[in-house]
Design a protein around this ligand. Structure first.
Ligand code: TLP
Length: 343
């Protein structure tokens, strides 16, 4: 059978033989007793890389975000986020269900909120009948905006605003790796503006499972408690932490290649008559494109019949994500299939 080219997400990657070897050889212990040496090593490695005091290994990106928001808020509080944020669309209503907080989504431009917009969304302190604004959440790179990188100057200005109003800052950095590799700005510099940072090993870095939260010692101590309360305490987690450690040590720099593949795909799409793509928005490993003659659903189904998987994200648009399990030949084949289907 011909190879299926899967561009639905960078989450679909499978562990390489070298990664599996690292998992096989991992030293393990009971992490609920904090005795798993591989989990401990991963947490220390990432805390250092992110310039934070401590870090906590968790099963998923959703849990990383939700534990962070829980620790930073109290019931009745409000979190300002962008209208297309992952925490708003794709986390099953957890802020309300798990932490008793509500989101105040602000429609930014290409996923980027202006400081003026954020300031306008902050509730007046004296308004006891309103929710209390507690956190500003920023997603970098921004998934639904198409892998857009948040400009560091904007983040710095937002941090000043947060200080002025005594608000906390949370970074959904599921793909912060991509932002850092694309801009050359160290992850620690991005992280320095935030009280809590989440990041995923199971996306472009290619680990099978796992995410991380980084922050101060006090923050991580609380996060450890909430992780246990929510059933996320893992025992011999070293088996998967070994994959995460391998991923962050070996697969970070190569994300550049995924960005190049995304650009190559986007450039070819831009030449096609019935496809719309904005090349300025292709900054990392995600390509959002529109279809003119049909619906995204129908287009996606047709592509699948040729062995190319790309997910629809709205009525007229689709998202293609490059990753380490697709090579340049796959991208070339994907372009040929799209060319044929769009006619
Ligand atoms: N994103 C997934 C889907 O949920 C859309 C994907 O395929 O891109 N933050 C951001 C910015 C994300 O993109 C994701 C996953 C998460 C958090 C959640 O990570 P997981 O799926 O590990 O819980």
């Amino acid at each position: 059978m011909e190879k299926i080219i899967d561009l639905r997400s960078d989450t679909v990657t499978k562990p390489s033989p070298e990664m599996r070897k690292a998992m096989y050889e991992a030293e393990v212990g009971d992490d609920v007793y904090k005795e798993d040496p591989t989990v401990n090593e991963l947490q220390e490695y990432v805390a250092d890389l992110f310039g934070k005091e401590a870090a906590l290994f968790v099963p998923s990106g959703v849990m990383a975000n939700q534990i962070s928001l829980n620790v930073l808020t109290s019931p009745g509080d409000e979190i300002i986020c962008e209208r297309d944020a992952h925490i708003f669309h794709y986390e099953s209503g957890s802020p309300a269900a798990l932490s008793g907080v509500q989101l105040n989504p602000v429609k930014g431009e290409n996923g980027i909120m202006s400081v003026e917009q954020i300031e306008e969304a902050i509730r007046p302190k004296e308004a006891y009948y309103m929710p209390r604004t507690k956190v500003i959440e920023i997603e970098n790179t921004h998934n639904r905006a198409g892998g857009i990188i948040q400009p560091i100057e904007k983040i710095a200005e937002t941090k000043k605003l947060a200080n002025k109003y005594k608000l906390k800052m949370h970074l959904d950095g599921a793909r912060i790796w991509n932002a850092s590799v694309a801009t050359g700005i160290p992850i620690a510099e991005y992280a320095s503006y935030f009280d809590s940072v989440s990041a995923c090993f199971s996306k472009g870095l290619g680990a099978p499972v796992g995410s991380i939260i980084a922050g101060s010692n006090g923050f991580i101590k609380e996060a450890f408690r909430v992780r246990k309360a929510w059933g996320g305490g893992m025992r011999q987690g070293g088996i998967i932490a070994a994959a995460a450690l391998f991923a962050v040590k070996n697969n970070l720099e190569r994300l550049k290649e995924d960005h190049e593949k995304a650009k190559q795909l986007a450039k070819a799409l831009a030449e096609m008559k019935n496809i719309e793509v904005d090349l300025n928005k292709v900054q990392t490993n995600i390509v959002m494109f529109g279809v003119k003659k049909t619906t995204a659903q129908a287009f996606s189904r047709k592509l699948a019949s040729y062995g190319l998987l790309i997910s629809p994200v709205s009525k007229q648009s689709l998202r293609a994500v490059t990753h380490l399990d697709v090579n340049y030949a796959d991208i070339f084949n994907a372009i040929e299939i799209i060319e044929k289907v769009q006619k």
